[in-house]
Write a protein of this length. Structure first.
Length: 557
């Protein structure tokens, strides 16, 4: 076993020291333990990359273990989505798929052991009473009147809880630790509660289910996990994690290590709040491309390599902070810039007629699929007398530094010819609906034999050959950097989605597979929508713009 040849952090330093000292017999085993009660989001990506990445780098393995201890909120839909997301990020658990429910019998036996040893008891207080008795950060808790039940009574009640004799909420099993402990988690925490609910893995075999704190450490021990990596909010739970391991006959001794979670600006990371966005119709499902869920990012066109890159750049620390979402967007741009084919699309079309181009004539122009990557080849662009250009690329009365098309001005059509605007056609409201141009046939390919230069180059598509498409312009879901407040929905960006149903794209895009990324020249990166696109009628999502425009917006520009 050799140390990983990657940038170090405090977790890797701990593992390196364990390997040098011979701890765990040179093994490195990690785990990723998601609850199957929702879809994974970008915050989980950091934990996935860390756990699977470290296991891979040190020649170990990472268990995918579903923390399926609350059947009321869990479903196989979430299980399958979690598996898909992990594979999409580029990781595979192989044969190391586990479930907390695999260990229900052993966990129950250990709970009986603690009860028999006088270290656990059945409490009959209500949930509200337990909270009241627990105390506060400045006041110690009070012992439950049921705390000193005899071992025999506790064992009998716990067995009857398992047998289904009692209603939900009538009893719980609690660890008997210290109601005056400064750490609230050590004040006789609940180990089991009664839930008469069918479980997606165990069916109706159980009507009592263990709590998270009584599940994770022992599950780690059963699986011989060496380094149990979790986010900082579990730091205060570590004494309880260790207490259970100290007081049970477990087969191994894992070590819990905490790191800072990934927080992004302009979004929320709470599963509860993400579910609220879905349930209340603020977004169109968990896979809405505005959501920070991995399934939403996949649908939007974010490459998994870009997410892994961002997680690596953020690094592993012990201090919580908020990462600017612009870093993620920049990682996406860098990844797509290298790999996305260039095409032309017109989002807000304005018709152009080249009046001196022969009626009925068409020709095929050669265009590079990537200007810096000749290995990606070329494609054929149809050209004709009638084109669509971007409405923003024409102004009848332009300002001084407007270098695109205007009356009397010559510009270059990308891959095609120089054209000069000679006339415009307006509708009854005075809006320009068509521009008339002449072209110079000697400038095919975008260059002039006489060496004259033009300051503007614009994109276009041939009107007879263009494919009409729906284009969805996605932007940040919230209009403030830190929306994670009580009234977070008040900060939803009303312009986070703009749908254009009259866009026109070049024909090479029409048969592209769902998820295929493109750079629409001069406009941004787009991908074929994986849910709504159909053969011949593509739907395209804007993944990111070509550059970050929010810095200007933030300054009031």
């Amino acid at each position: 076993m050799t140390e990983a040849a990657t940038p170090t952090n405090f977790i890797r330093q701990i593992i390196d020291e364990d390997l040098r000292s011979g701890k765990n017999d040179g093994r490195v085993v990690t785990r990723f333990p998601p609850e199957p009660n929702g879809y994974l989001h970008i915050g989980h990506a950091k934990a996935i990359c860390l756990n699977f990445g470290i296991a891979e780098d040190y020649g170990g393995h990472c268990n995918l273990r579903f923390d399926d201890t609350n059947p009321v909120k869990e479903s196989m839909e979430y299980v399958q989505s979690i598996k898909e997301d992990i594979r999409w990020l580029g990781y595979d658990w192989g044969e190391h798929l586990r479930h907390a429910s695999d260990y229900f019998e052993q966990l129950y036996a250990w709970a009986v052991d603690l009860t028999r040893a006088g270290k656990a008891y059945v409490d009959s207080l209500s949930a509200d009473e337990i909270r009241e008795y627990r105390g506060t950060l400045t006041e110690p808790g009070r012992e439950s009147p049921y705390r000193n039940r005899s071992v025999e009574e506790n064992l009998d009640l716990f067995a009857r809880m398992r047998a289904g004799e009692f209603a939900d909420g009538s009893h719980v099993l609690r660890a008997k630790i210290d109601m005056a402990a400064p750490n609230m988690n050590m004040r006789d925490p609940v180990m089991y509660r009664i839930l008469h609910a069918s479980h997606q893995m165990t069916g109706d075999a159980w009507c009592i289910y263990p709590m998270y704190d009584f599940t994770q450490g022992q599950s780690d021990a059963i699986e011989h996990v060496t380094h149990s990596l979790c986010s900082l909010e579990f730091e205060d739970h570590r004494p309880l994690y260790d207490w259970f391991l100290d007081n049970l006959d477990v087969p191994s001794r894992p070590r819990q290590i905490e790191f800072s979670r990934l927080n992004l600006s302009y979004t929320v990371m709470s599963k509860r709040r993400l579910k609220q966005l879905v349930d209340d119709g603020h977004v169109n499902g968990w896979d809405d491309p505005r959501m920070p869920t991995l399934v939403g990012m996949r649908r939007r066109g974010f490459p998994p390599a870009a997410i892994r890159d961002m997680c690596e750049r953020v690094g592993i620390t012990k201090k919580d902070n908020v990462i600017d979402v612009a870093l993620l967007e920049n990682c996406v741009r860098e990844e797509l810039d290298a790999k996305a084919a260039r095409v032309m699309g017109v989002l807000r079309p304005l018709r152009m007629v080249i009046v001196n181009y022969p009626q009925g004539q068409e020709e095929a122009l050669e265009a590079a699929n990537h200007p810096q990557n000749p290995e990606m080849g070329t494609r054929s662009l149809p050209f004709s007398r009638e084109l669509y250009i971007e409405r923003d690329d024409f102004m009848e009365d332009p300002p001084k530094k407007f270098f695109r098309l205007a009356p009397g001005r010559e510009v270059r059509l990308r891959y095609a010819y120089f054209v000069t605007c000679v006339d415009v056609v307006k509708d009854a409201d005075g809006e320009v609906v068509e521009v008339h141009c002449t072209y110079d046939p000697e400038t095919r390919g975008g260059g002039a034999p006489d060496g004259r230069k033009v300051k503007g180059t614009i994109h276009w598509v041939s009107a007879p050959h263009a494919i009409r498409a729906e284009v969805r312009l996605y932007d940040r879901l919230f209009n403030v950097p830190s929306p994670d407040a009580q009234d977070f929905v008040a900060h939803i960006n009303p312009h986070s989605l703009e749908t254009l149903d009259a866009a026109h794209i070049e024909p090479s895009v029409v048969d592209a597979a769902p998820g295929t990324p493109f750079q629409f020249e001069r406009l941004g990166y787009f991908c074929v929508d994986s849910a709504d696109s159909r053969a011949g009628t593509p739907v395209l999502n804007r993944t990111v713009t070509l550059r970050d425009s929010w810095a200007k917006i933030g300054k009031g520009a």
